[in-house]
Design a binder for this molecule. Structure first.
Ligand SMILES: [Ca+2]
Length: 270
């Protein structure tokens, strides 16, 4: 069920197009007070509602009416792409400002998704301290709008970010670096891989499933097998749902693999 309501958070973008008169009213946002600090935020007023493929009938938000029902593999990827790809390109500076001052700023602090290190900040930090992780690396295709797509961007300690570099994610057997549950080193096949701590494993898997689907990028088979395991190991929690809700408010689209984590197993080859 792609668009099921998982929380009580409003989803105005899928129901009511943002009117110009409401452009400064943050009705699409969760109630965190921190969100109000993003003074230049504007709702993704131009984003189309996720109405699927060409139909003028809104996608039902009740069970039993998802456009992905019964689909799998390429047909499911296409349907998810059609429902999720359209979104507002925030630009990289605005995306980072949102991450560090609102989206991932809780009680004035931002936490590195890899190490758990917290930084008190009310602005984009010095990039030598904490910076923005592209779960799908820029060097492997996260360019243009994808560079600023919040669904795969996370705050990270700069050293951990640098160690991950553009290495694939995988299960580390021969540890060369580790900190607070995240590891870098060789996997069972002797390939250098980065392994996030357990609580981020599912998040990163679902972020990459989203990226592959929205931007049409294949995931290597070995990586995909690991990510599908992580999708089950670290299941969607309330924080991940809240982040998905908030991102919809900013850029107008959702990660369907967070809304329904079982979708990934209906795709045999991303
Ligand atoms: Ca998690």
């Amino acid at each position: 069920m792609l668009l099921r309501s998982t929380t009580a958070a409003p989803r105005p973008l899928s129901l009511v197009p943002a009117a110009a008169s409401e452009a400064r009213r943050p009705t699409a946002l969760p109630s965190r007070a921190a969100l109000a600090s993003v003074d230049s935020f504007t709702p993704a007023a131009k984003a189309r509602p996720s109405t699927g493929t060409g139909s003028t009938t809104p996608v039902p938000t009740t069970p039993g009416g998802s456009p992905t029902d019964g689909l799998k593999d390429k047909a499911l990827i296409q349907a998810l792409h059609d429902a999720s790809a359209q979104h507002k390109d925030l630009g990289y500076n605005q995306a980072r400002k949102i991450i560090f001052t609102a989206l991932d700023n809780h009680d004035g602090k931002v936490e590195c998704v890899y190490t758990g290190r917290e930084l008190a900040t009310d602005k984009i930090p010095n990039s030598n301290d904490m910076n923005t992780e592209h779960s799908w690396p820029q060097s492997k295709g996260a360019t243009g709008a994808a560079k600023s797509d919040l669904h795969h961007l996370f705050p990270t300690d700069s050293k951990a970010n640098s160690i991950r570099g553009n290495y694939p994610f995988g299960v580390v057997k021969d540890v060369k670096w580790s900190q607070d549950g995240s590891k870098f080193g060789k996997d069972a096949n002797g390939q250098l891989v980065f392994e996030p701590r357990d609580e981020h494993k599912g998040n990163v898997a679902r972020a990459l499933f989203y990226f592959s689907t929205v931007y049409g990028k294949p995931i290597p088979a070995g990586d995909e097998a690991v990510l599908k395991q992580w999708n089950k190991l670290d299941q969607v929690d309330a924080a991940e749902v809240a982040r998905n809700d908030a991102i919809q408010g900013y850029q107008g689209n959702r990660n369907p693999f967070v809304d329904d984590a079982s979708l990934a197993d209906r795709i045999s080859d991303f």
